[in-house]
Write a protein of this length. Structure first.
Length: 518
RNA sequence: GGCCCCAUCGUCUAGCGGUCUAGGACUCCGGCCUUUCACGCCGGCAACACGGGUUCGAGUCCCGUUGGGGUCACCA
């Protein structure tokens, strides 16, 4: 039985790199008909875990990455919080102590630092002298009488190599002599991550540990712990990390300012910021950041699109397939086809993927996605009046591919504001409405518009074409002025769709108003 | 610095010794479509880091160099 896990620390946000790791774990489990477990690594947490965990769980729920065991769903191995598993860790520490795979160490931080410095001064690798290692009860008593307190350290081998097969990297080898006697239990009795992780993976019967490359060098000590405990170590697969936009370092939430200097990343961020601002939302870098998954949800990306983008970051099926539904991802995913080298986060490709998904989204779903944004922006009442559905549906049809994320609907506010509060883009107004011939043409065409029957796209188009011909002018001489008069903007959805959606009354009122202002 | 990992167009990637005059996608640049914008369509630019081997033959295997990265905690 394949059982994989993702083990987030409750940090209050879900990082895109973390999601990619979780996604690969999830896909691997689902592909093999196995289970995906969520375990909470909160051994070092003083703050409110529940509060800091919620955004992470929400993120996974939004993405549709479901877990078979873990917070909120529980399971046969509950609890899934490391902070609640101290007794298991304690038992493991005791067993390690008994078998001699670990020892109590009474050195002080200063003494240890002195040894480290000495090693550095002599330009040799630091190897702890084990001078304050207590092997007997008498040793311990003596050290304690000196007022010392103990940590528990691993008694790592100092000869030979730790060799294992990584499912992505192939055979990997580490010399035991380079390993330190890592601390597994602190002075205060709490245990450290490596011990906890190994114990949990065994207790939860994790078969495959798929995690970021940064853990590769942690693997020897974890295998040592497992072996010393008489446990069969899981299979390991170390994923390359997700690199920052335009760079080669690991992408990090804290480097937003740096990433903003990257044009594509900046575009992605600004686009999102405009939407968030239109929603009246406070934009602060701690939560509103394209490195954090929430960003995409708030701005109106499709979870499927994000996932599709992410799955291709370090994995591919073949030389051409780019689109994967969840089912297809699950069907085709394999660790053999995961790349060894880091993959850079590319905002443009993400947006292109999103755009494709949005195009393919059925109209009904698009409407359902977009309406909440209009409500949050105060442009549509909650609950929405019954004419909203058909109107938005018609508008989306007219807007076609212009709506790339749900929040883009907020760039079409002209369809939702009252005629008298429509804002005119000053530059556009100056250029197209205040120019010499515009006003008389608008006035003349307004009279035609007042008569058209029915007032729909086809008829208004016919009407305008006839008007243009009778006046002996070109389309361009009036249509731009008309657009600005009616929408306030120089760009937007098709002219005649716009007229139809706005309706005769609004169109006439807006033309009148524009002529007055001109 | 020690140890470990990695290396194909700007980016994501295909390539598992000959079918590679290196394929696809995103971006970019032309052109078409067009009332604007977006879409769409057509076309184009663009890569095997370098040096040695092995081999009849190397992007593909080996070694080295260079470059990039990860990691060296009583963090996870």
């Amino acid at each position: 039985m394949v059982r994989t896990r993702f083990a987030p620390s409750p940090t209050g946000y879900l990082h895109v790199g973390g999601v990619r790791t979780a996604l690969f774990n999830w896909l691997y489990a689902r592909h093999h008909g196995g289970q995906f477990i969520l375990r909470i690594d909160d051994t070092d947490q003083q703050r409110n875990v529940a509060e800091a965990l919620q955004p992470i769980l929400d993120g996974f729920r939004w993405l549709g990455i479901d877990w078979d065991e873990g917070p909120e769903v529980d399971g046969p191995h509950t609890p899934y919080y490391q902070s609640q598993r101290a007794s298991q860790y304690q038992a493991a520490v005791e067993r390690l102590l008994e078998t001699g795979a670990a020892y109590r160490d009474y050195s002080t931080p200063d003494e240890l630092a002195a040894e480290r410095d000495a090693a550095a001064a002599e330009k040799r690798d630091f190897v702890y002298s084990r001078k304050w290692m207590a092997t007997t009860a008498e040793d311990a008593a003596r050290f304690e009488s000196e007022g010392r307190t103990a940590v528990v350290r691993l008694k790592m081998p100092r000869e030979g190599t730790c060799a294992f097969r990584d499912l992505i990297r192939g055979d990997v080898e580490f010399a035991w002599s380079r390993e330190q006697d890592h601390v597994i239990q602190r002075t205060d009795g709490t245990c450290l991550y490596h011990l906890a992780s190994v114990v949990d993976d065994a207790d939860f019967q994790i078969s495959h540990v798929i995690r970021a490359e940064e853990h590769l060098s942690n693997t020897p000590r974890q295998r040592f712990i497992a072996q010393s405990l008489g446990l069969e170590p899981p299979h390991f697969a170390h994923l390359p990390y997700v690199a920052e936009p335009g760079g080669s370092q690991k992408i990090s939430k804290r480097k937003l300012t740096k990433y903003l200097k990257n044009r594509d990343f900046n575009d992605l961020f600004q686009h999102g910021t405009a939407i968030a601002t239109a929603l009246g939302r406070q934009v602060n870098a701690d939560t509103f950041n394209p490195v954090i998954v929430d960003f995409y949800r708030e701005v109106g990306y499709l979870a499927d699109a994000l996932l599709n983008y992410l799955v291709l970051l370090g994995w591919s099926l073949d030389d051409k397939t780019e689109e994967f539904s969840r089912a297809e991802m699950i069907q085709h995913f394999s660790l053999e086809r995961v790349n060894k080298s880091p993959a850079g986060f590319d905002p443009q490709k993400l947006r292109a993927t999103q755009a494709r998904y949005m195009q393919a989204l059925p109209s009904k779903q698009k409407v359902a996605m977009v309406v909440p944004f209009l409500q949050q922006a105060g442009l549509v009442a909650s609950p929405p009046p019954c004419e909203t559905g058909p109107m938005v549906s018609r508008l989306l049809e007219a807007a076609d591919d212009r709506i790339k994320v749900a929040g883009d609907i907020l760039s079409l506010t002209e369809f939702f504001v009252a005629d008298e509060s429509l804002e005119y883009d000053e530059k556009a107004f100056e250029k197209r409405v205040r120019k010499p011939d515009a006003k008389p043409l608008l006035v003349a065409f307004r009279a035609e518009l007042a008569q058209v029957e029915p007032f729909d796209a086809a008829s208004t188009e016919q009407c305008l074409r006839a008007f243009v011909e009778s006046q002996g002018i070109k389309m361009g001489q009036i249509i731009h002025a008309l657009r600005v008069a009616v929408t306030g903007k120089a760009v937007g959805v098709g002219m005649f769709d716009t007229l139809e959606i706005l309706g005769r009354e609004s169109c006439l009122a807006r033309i009148d108003r524009a002529c007055r202002l001109a």
